[in-house]
Write a protein that binds this ligand. Structure first.
Ligand SMILES: [Zn+2]
Length: 1033
């Protein structure tokens, strides 16, 4: 059977839709008046005539090849290796026998692959499906969907048979690491002086005397009492937000708390809050000032490195508790997630660089059984001729080229000179066994909606200018590939052949049977075709300026992009400004439905309606294409569906509601520039191995799971983090240490195949208290937030929030039980120092855009976009997203410019911190919200806004630009300082005046997560609730 070929046209089909030189829907220009001058000759694909007639056999679409053709992307790949990376040569050891494992994307047996139900002989883009069926028509999505497809037993990293567990053949007993590497199991053991707990002054978080290797928290100074917010707001937020009842009836810092300075001497290492009140009294008895607040953001558990100096830095790999419970019973008492957050390409800590190691002829040194890479925890034996794998304990031969003698302690003499033996993070140069084709060139393909809404919003100009300004900085010079496809109700291909002086546009109007009007020159080398590309970008805004077409054929455009990019892979950037309305993948205006909330149908609005996007994503991932979605609609555009393209390809969703170039142009410009120029790992896969007895069970983030534990990431960069959960495979752990190793195999932009390896060790503990002491709130919140977002795709928001609360309560209850009896602390809420911010973060998560409220509290698209963001954010950014940073600025604007950064002090997120005479800025990492108090000095306000408020400017449209005065200059300096702290996103300033409803409600009040609003608890009420629940039996 002939490979099916979606870009071929069946004989005899009309080509009436094929119109050169202008967009259908626009009036045909006079001859020769197409935007690029001479109209391209009309080609009839499949016919003999036109200059662009595609060769009929040479360009079967890659998908079809994967299924039916033995040709790899560059013709060199073995039959089963399409799109994936073959592992290294079959190991010689016990797993070495048998034929080489099939590549991860090889033609899997039908019931397993993501498209398993499709007839194997017909690619998903089969040439001639029955008319009633779309290309995916016959495909009943398997119950698992592309994610969770049954894995081939062996992935590219030479995984082990899943049925057996990695160590099926009774390995020798796990040898404890040499004492030099061994840390006391319980670094916080009893050798430390017993801390004496003294009830802290107003601010809790009094650092404890040294406890374990985590520092006591910083000592955030609660701001001195400010004039409280006494004037009740005159305008209430809209009903949907609920009245912010905390405005006037919540007292300013209560003075009725328990007597301060109660000295309760406790010889244990936990924190407690007095919540006691006389029986029957309604007086909550909580000192609001004393509640812990994370005003210093994420606390990277850098102290782990003191106990485990050979570990990778925790910014690459963080466990939710840096311990491994020794037994199942201990696991069942740890009610928080047991797992990790991995940020494989995080920026290296200051002053460090990831060392690159080339093993040369010795080849990459790996354990022949479990495929672990050599690392600082490996030990050497037999005078240096053998090395023992720290994950599976197998004794491996040391290749002759890699041999080095050992010193008296059994350490290699060259250990300090070799990064792989002394550093937790290294990068190996991968030899040719790690590739099935030459490393791909970085390639960028842009799919740009040019329908009327895109034109009117000014999108085209911003996109064209930004891309043009980035051309010198695109990754991979001089190999970079680039191409563009524009679309409305038709598809517009652009020929960038280097010999042309201007690009040629070819329009394909047949959406049911998309084909390429040209075999080559749609994705071209940037150096060769630079002048043609620049000419295109210069003309793009004008080309469609009169377009009145309202339709969007996104689905067919995606298929066309796939045909163009499929052979190479790369990044596909989609700019969508309206709901896809034509062809496959058209979406309904299903919008939000108040009746669905609270029912078991509620979640359906948050999941893709049409399986097309998920299926398309699976095809993209197979062919090493990562999709970034830029959604810029002023109406509902079904981010839930569009986002799945990013979700399963390692991509990202950018959402600019009601995009207008004049307002949002800067933000789009910065974020698009970063997307195009940040260092990117191409065609990558990631696997995390762990030692005997534990196993990663679920993964959360943007990727496609290629086998049980192999994450396919067509592209990944420093802005993406992943979370995963861990389970114990044995009832009782017999080792003292468990090792983890993250390996990311990728192609660098310079075209080198690399493996980035992070290795970490964690102690096995038998003490629940130790698990709590080593708990990492940032990692816990990262895992919990991702699970919550995923649960919101199959459950009601309310249930999701309740589940979060339940986890918190169970965990604090368990902790309480550890101490309550011996210390008679009945009336106090106790919690471990390490988790002192967890209750607030969980409250904030429940009030986040993704999980807050119900119908009308957040627009459906915004909610879904926030969910997609949460899935990829590294811990620090995630924590700042759910508990944003609030600063008072009016006082900062008078300091010397170079003192500004240091003068910014975070405030608790409560209305009570807002002085009506103040100017405040709230930074959630995506937006700067500038709040002008009602009594703010008019001069200051005018200086900053550049206009007088007495002119009643529309603050929703106001642009903050630097004006010629010190206030304004400093105000800009503040914004720059905050943006420099994290350049992954560009916070666009939005200005709101106190009392300006409903904007104030949406923009600011909903972010004041410590206050009561719309039926949610205030922080104080939340603590009381949690306390009550931890006490109940
Ligand atoms: Zn091993």
């Amino acid at each position: 059977m002939r490979p099916s070929a979606g870009n071929e046209r069946p004989p005899g089909r009309p080509v009436s839709g094929f119109v050169p030189g202008f967009a259908a829907g626009a009036p045909p220009p006079a001859a020769g008046a197409s935007p690029f001058g001479a109209a391209a000759p009309l080609a009839r694909p499949g016919g003999p005539a036109g200059p662009f007639a595609p060769p009929t056999q040479q360009q079967g679409p890659p998908v079809a090849q994967a299924a039916a053709s033995p040709r790899g992307p560059f013709g060199a790949a073995p039959p089963a290796a399409m799109g994936g990376y073959r592992g290294p040569p079959p190991p010689q050891g016990s797993f070495g026998a048998g034929p080489p494992p099939p590549g991860p994307f090889s033609a899997a047996p039908p019931p397993q692959g993501p498209f398993g139900m499709a007839p194997p002989a017909q690619g998903p883009f089969g040439a001639a499906p029955p008319p009633s069926q779309g290309p995916f028509g016959a495909t009943t999505p398997p119950s698992q969907g592309p994610i969770g497809a049954a894995p081939p037993p062996q992935g590219p990293f030479g995984a082990v048979p899943s049925s057996q567990g990695p160590f099926g053949t009774a390995p020798p007993p796990f040898r404890p690491p040499p004492s030099a590497l061994l840390q006391p199991q319980s670094p916080t053991g009893n050798t430390m002086p017993s801390p004496t707990y003294v009830r802290p002054p107003p601010v809790q978080s009094q650092p404890q005397p040294v406890q374990g290797y985590y520092p006591g928290g910083p000592n955030p100074q609660f701001p001195p009492s400010r004039p409280s917010f006494q004037q009740p707001m005159q305008n209430m937020p809209p009903p949907s937000m609920g009245p912010p009842s905390s405005y006037s009836n919540q007292p300013a810092y209560p003075t009725t708390g328990p007597p301060m300075g109660t000295l309760q001497t406790l010889v244990e290492d936990f924190q407690s809050l007095s919540v006691s009140s006389a029986p029957g009294s309604l007086d909550p008895g909580v000192d609001v000032n004393g509640l812990p607040r994370p005003l210093y953001g994420d606390e990277e558990p850098a102290k782990v490195l003191e106990a485990f100096p050979l570990n990778c830095h925790p910014r690459y790999f963080r466990l939710t508790t840096h311990t491994i419970p020794a037994s199942q019973s201990l696991v069942s008492r740890w009610h928080l997630p047991l797992g990790a957050v991995v940020h494989p390409l995080a920026e290296a800590p200051d002053g460090e660089e990831v060392p690159v190691v080339n093993f040369g002829s010795a080849g990459v040194i790996r354990c022949r059984r479990c495929r672990t890479y050599i690392n600082p925890y490996a030990t050497f034996a037999d005078a240096g001729r053998k090395w023992r794998c720290n994950l599976c304990t197998l004794l491996n031969d040391v290749p002759g080229e890699y041999f080095c003698a050992l010193d008296a302690s059994g350490r290699r003499f060259d250990a300090d000179q070799r990064p792989e033996l002394s550093k937790g993070t290294v990068e190996f140069v991968a030899p040719t066994e790690y590739m099935v084709r030459p490393p791909m060139p970085p390639s960028y393909f842009f799919l740009i909606d040019v329908s009327v809404s895109a034109v009117r919003s000014g999108l085209l100009e911003v996109v064209a200018k930004t891309i043009k300004s980035c051309l010198d900085d695109l990754l991979g010079f001089p190999r970079t590939q680039i191409g563009f496809l524009t679309f409305d109700s038709t598809l517009h291909f652009h020929n960038f052949k280097s010999s042309l002086s201007q690009p040629q546009m070819m329009v394909v109007a047949d959406l049911d049977d998309v084909f390429l009007p040209l075999p080559d020159d749609l994705l071209v080398n940037l150096v060769d075709s630079r002048h043609v590309v620049e000419s295109f970008l210069d003309n793009l805004p004008n080309m469609f300026q009169d377009n009145v077409n309202v339709e969007s054929a996104l689905g067919p455009a995606l298929k066309a992009a796939f045909m163009v990019m499929g052979q190479i892979g790369g990044k596909l950037l989609v700019f969508q400004s309206t709901l896809p309305s034509l062809g496959i993948g058209r979406l309904r205006l299903r919008g939000d439905d108040v009746r669905a909330y609270g029912t078991d149908k509620e979640h359906i609005l948050r999941i893709p309606e049409d399986p097309f996007y998920k299926q398309m994503a699976a095809e993209f991932t197979k062919n090493q294409i990562a999709v970034d979605i830029f959604s810029l609609s002023d109406k509902y555009c079904d981010i839930a569906s569009l986002g799945s393209l990013a979700k399963y390809t390692g991509g990202q969703v950018y959402h600019y509601p009601s995009f207008q170039a004049t307002t949002h142009g800067e933000k789009l410009k910065h974020e698009l520039s970063r997307d195009l120029t940040r260092e990117t790992a191409w065609e990558s896969v990631m696997r995390i191995r762990c030692g005997k007895g534990v196993r990663f069970t679920t993964y959360h983030g943007h990727f496609m799971l290629r086998s049980t534990d192999l994450l396919a990431l067509p592209a990944v960069d420093s802005d993406k983090a992943f979370a995963m959960q861990l389970s114990l495979e044995e009832t009782l752990m017999t080792t003292q240490t468990v090792y983890f190793q993250v390996a990311l195999l990728y192609t660098s932009s310079s075209g080198e195949r690399r493996i980035r390896v992070h290795t970490a060790a964690a102690p096995v503990v038998t003490d629940l208290g130790e698990m709590y002491r080593q708990a990492d709130t940032g990692a816990i919140v990262s895992v919990l937030a991702r699970i919550a977002v995923e649960n919101s795709l199959s459950d009601k928001l309310d249930s999701v929030r309740q589940q979060l609360q339940l986890k918190l309560v169970k965990s604090l209850k368990e902790y309480r039980n550890l101490y309550v009896v011996q210390h008679r602390i009945g009336g106090r809420l106790i919690y471990p120092e390490s988790l002192r911010y967890l209750p607030l973060y969980i409250l904030a998560l429940c009030k986040s855009l993704a999980l807050r409220g119900g119908y009308a509290d957040v627009s459906l698209d915004e909610r879904c976009a926030a969910g997609f963001s949460i899935m990829i954010l590294p811990a620090r950014r995630l924590l700042n997203f759910i508990y944003p940073s609030l600063y008072r600025l009016d006082e900062v604007l008078t300091v010397e410019p170079d003192m500004i950064d240091g003068a910014l002090k975070r405030l608790p997120l409560t209305l009570q911190c807002l002085d009506t005479a103040g100017l405040y800025l709230l930074d959630d990492g995506f937006t700067f919200l500038v709040w002008l108090g009602r009594m703010l000095q008019p001069e200051l306000m005018n200086d900053i806004l550049g206009v007088s408020l007495s002119n009643f400017p529309d603050l929703s449209k106001i642009q903050l630009r630097e004006c010629d005065n010190n206030h304004s200059r400093n105000f800009m300096a503040v914004q720059r300082a905050l943006r420099e702290r994290d350049s992954s996103c560009y916070q666009l300033p939005r200005v709101v005046r106190q009392g300006e409803q409903p904007r104030e409600g949406f923009l600011l009040l909903s972010n004041l997560v410590e206050d009561q609003m719309a039926g949610t608890s205030s922080y104080m009420d939340w603590i009381l609730q949690i306390h009550r629940q931890t006490q109940s039996s």
